[in-house]
Design a protein around this ligand. Structure first.
Ligand SMILES: Nc1ncnc2c1ncn2[C@@H]1O[C@H](COP(=O)(O)OP(=O)(O)OP(=O)(O)O)[C@@H](O)[C@H]1O
Length: 208
């Protein structure tokens, strides 16, 4: 997967969130989008995921060979605000999700509760899950999808120290062959990244 951003900008009403942002993402790159609360990290991730349009500039996927309307088949996205179906048990949630999204090769649904560290809760309804259990579930749904692009927004929100270590191992074990973009302001979420976009560098007031 290759993504090219050319002079991209997004505004809400009169407020520019970022502007004049050009960047190239290549297969298996690991990139962190950095910036304080409210700076625009989630907005940029939504643009990259194809869920939000640009106000100016251009974004292309695989040099224009992949159309934005087909991108959903290639992208996995997770954020703490993504809803889970409360009535499902964990196993039902996983089975439902992976009935329309491809699971990574070598994995089966039955392997997943243990990989999530939630084996004992596999028959428990999501509505009884704690916030950390929900976040592990969201991360697993995204990270176990067989897609080349993984977008992570605040991946360790609600996770305790053990959960953070679990997330780090998840990325090491299942993220190697993917292009990963992490929106974060916490080093333990993006320590594996080698390229950075600081949203504050793309605020109009400092664009010349
Ligand atoms: N749909 C919207 N309409 C109007 N303004 C919006 C909308 N979505 C986001 N914003 C504004 O855009 C700015 C950037 O928000 P965004 O959620 O992208 O920031 P963030 O860096 O991800 O923040 P956080 O670290 O707190 O999650 C904020 O000022 C926010 O209020």
């Amino acid at each position: 997967m290759q993504i090219t951003l050319e002079k991209c900008g997004r505004r809400f009403n009169k407020e520019w969130i970022f502007r004049d942002l050009s960047f190239e993402f290549n297969a298996v790159d690991k990139i962190a989008v950095l910036g304080p609360n409210g700076s625009g990290k989630s907005t940029l991730l939504s643009v990259i995921s194809g869920n939000m349009s640009l106000s100016e500039g251009n974004i292309s996927y695989n040099n224009g060979r992949l159309k934005v309307e087909d991108l959903y088949q290639q992208v996995s996205f997770t954020a703490p605000y993504i809803d889970l179906i409360e009535e499902f048990t964990l196993l039902e949630c996983l089975s439902f999700h992976f009935s329309f999204k491809k699971l990574m090769p070598g994995l089966s649904i039955d392997d997943l509760p243990e990989l999530l560290g939630l084996e004992k809760a596999k028959n428990k309804a999501i509505k009884y899950f704690s916030s950390g259990m929900r976040q592990r579930t969201r991360l697993a749904l995204a990270c176990f999808e067989n897609t080349p692009l993984l977008l992570l927004d605040e991946p360790t929100a609600n996770l305790d120290l053990q959960g953070i270590e679990w997330y780090q191992k998840l990325i090491e074990d299942f993220g190697k062959n993917k292009l990963i973009v992490v929106a974060s302001n916490q080093e333990h979420e993006y320590y594996f990244c080698h390229n950075f976009i600081n949203i504050l560098d793309h605020k109009p007031s400092i664009v010349v």
